[in-house]
Structure formats: structure tokens, C-alpha cells
Design a protein around this ligand. Structure first.
Ligand code: 5GP
Ligand code: ZN
Length: 112
């Protein structure tokens, strides 16, 4: 997508601190971390949000969770981590390209 920030990161038009990349997804550090460790994992395909996941693109979501498991293990999130995806206005989604926040490195407290 032409004007999507995360598509621009995927194309290398906006710099990012990359953690991992394969044919289906990219993991990179969030520019405004909300925890000592905070990275994002995005599909390379432009999917607008979680409510646009369907039979045609669902496989990448499972793949992303496998990648998250591997990365958190390598990075030593041994005491746990949180995965969040904001979907739409009420959830505060600011970038309309599906992304999974991975937060860790401290006790995160209850979610609400
Ligand atoms: P959302 O609020 O949509 O769930 O999350 C979007 C996230 O993308 C935010 O945490 C924000 O800090 C991050 N973000 C926005 N623009 C950029 C950018 O250009 N580079 C990186 N690395 N993160 C970004
Ligand atoms: Zn995009």
C-alpha cells in the first residue's frame, strides 16, 4: 500500500531497527517503546487489521506466533511477555497495517 507506514518500512523507505525477517513477516523494534522490550511483528502482505483476517490470509497469523515464540526465547523473555493487537478506533489502532505488539522485560501488571 502506497501510503502505509509499515509498507514503507517493508520497502526500506523508512528506516527501522529490524530483529527478524522472512518471506512472510518482519519483526522490528517499536519507535516508542511501552516496556523495556517492545517490538512489532507484521505480515508482509498489507492486511488492514485483525478484523480483515480470513481464510485467504490466516496462515500468516499462525506463522507470526511461531516467530514470536522463537524471538522471545532467543531474547530471553523467560518470565513471560504480552502480545497485543489493536483493531480499529476503539482500540486505538494508529497504523492500519496488522501488527502484533510484543512487550516484555518487566512485570506488566494486569491488562485492564
Ligand atoms: P497501534 O497504536 O496502531 O497499535 O501501534 C502502532 C505502533 O507503531 C505504535 O506503538 C508506534 O510507536 C509504532 N510506530 C509508528 N510509526 C513507527 C515507525 O515509523 N517506526 C517504528 N519502528 N514504529 C512505529
Ligand atoms: Zn501496509
Amino acid at each position: 500500500m502506497e501510503n502505509c507506514i509499515f509498507c514503507k518500512i517493508l520497502r526500506g523507505e523508512i528506516p527501522s531497527k529490524k530483529l527478524y525477517e522472512d518471506e512472510l513477516c518482519l519483526a522490528f523494534y517499536d519507535i516508542a517503546p511501552l516496556a523495556p522490550q517492545h517490538f512489532l511483528v507484521i505480515p508482509k502482505e498489507h492486511i488492514k487489521a485483525a478484523n480483515r483476517i480470513d481464510k485467504s490470509n490466516e496462515a500468516v497469523v499462525g506463522h507470526i506466533f511461531t516467530v514470536i515464540g522463537n524471538l522471545t526465547s532467543v531474547l530471553g523473555f523467560s518470565d513471560g511477555y504480552r502480545v497485543v493487537t489493536n483493531c480499529g478506533k476503539d482500540a486505538g489502532q494508529t497504523v492500519e497495517h496488522l501488527h502484533f505488539h510484543v512487550l516484555g522485560g518487566k512485570e506488566l501488571g494486569s491488562f485492564n
